[in-house]
Design a protein around this ligand. Structure first.
Ligand code: ATR
Length: 273
């Protein structure tokens, strides 16, 4: 039996999800097709319904459709509720179920793959868009000392703060302390824009994680900036991409996959987004 999977978004041509899921499927000798579906403006529901009606088993959702996918889903996981966004859709007895595996993927990459600690740490999240809101719940569940969100548009950071109402989570407007872990969840680099950050937020033992990734390993503008200031623990988001996909695969097929060889081969093939 051949299972139909897909990723929906716009733009979508760059998506590496098909490559990742084909490697996972090979591990279990499952036959899958994995399409990239370009969603025209305001057409998410049509595209999603068409795919399911044509026999699709499930699909991933990427920017800018994750909120549309949340509305489209009839039932939601807790992670999706907290993010108000869905990146993985499955059907359960014919009912559309929305999940969000971004935060779990990030946690797995940070804690297991990189061996960094979240518990007890002071964390700074840069950005308060879809990428940031998708991971805040899972970060809080790992018991940080504090999680500060800084965003160019302050009220978006406040909205995330209100949604979680957790004393450790604060929307901030100024940077006046040093952080153990700084996560870049802005899309500044996509527009060739630079973040203007004070070096004082870093110390030698700070860890810097970028949810994005580029052509070369750990060479995003944010990571280049932090390495230039002496930070040695840095990571781009390729590991998170593979880990969130692994969680989605488990939702669709109920099977675990090995992620390390997939991350490695994707690095070898170049990380062009
Ligand atoms: P994504 O789904 O990738 O998170 P998004 O929801 O559009 O995309 O969010 C992008 C985030 O990057 C936002 O927090 C945005 O800040 P605003 O809310 O003020 O728009 C942030 N961002 C984008 N360009 C930026 C820049 N040049 N400097 C600082 N923040 C930037």
């Amino acid at each position: 039996m051949k299972y139909q999977l897909a990723v929906l978004g716009n733009p979508i041509a760059h998506s590496r999800s098909p490559e990742i899921h084909k490697k996972f499927a090979e591990q279990h000798r499952l036959e899958v097709s994995f399409d990239r579906i370009l969603v025209p403006f305001n057409s998410f529901d049509n595209c999603a319904s068409d795919f399911i009606q044509s026999g699709g088993k499930g699909f991933n959702v990427t920017a800018p459709c994750k909120q549309d996918a949340f509305r489209f889903s009839v039932t939601h996981s807790k992670a999706a509720e907290l993010a108000q966004a869905v990146n993985t859709i499955s059907t359960r007895d014919g009912v559309i179920h929305g999940d969000n595996t971004d935060g779990a993927g990030l946690k797995q990459d940070i804690i297991v793959n990189l061996g960094w600690t979240i518990e007890g740490k002071k964390i700074l999240m840069l950005g308060a868009g879809g990428a940031a809101s998708g991971v805040v719940g899972d970060l809080l569940a790992s018991n940080p000392n504090s999680l500060h969100i800084l965003n160019r548009t302050f009220n978006k950071a406040q909205a995330i703060e209100r949604l979680h109402s957790d004393h450790r989570l604060t929307a901030i407007t100024t940077l006046d302390m040093t952080y153990d872990l700084i996560i870049n969840a802005t899309s500044a680099a996509f527009n060739d824009e630079r973040l203007d950050l004070p070096p004082s937020i870093l110390c030698d033992s700070s860890c810097c994680y970028d949810l994005t990734y580029g052509r070369k390993v750990n060479e995003t503008p944010f990571l280049i900036w932090s390495k230039g200031l002496g930070v040695t623990s840095v990571s781009d988001g390729l590991g998170m991409l593979v880990e969130q996909a692994a969680q989605a695969f488990e939702i669709w097929f109920g099977r675990n996959v090995l992620t390390a060889p997939v991350i490695e081969s994707m690095r070898e093939n170049g990380t062009t987004s």
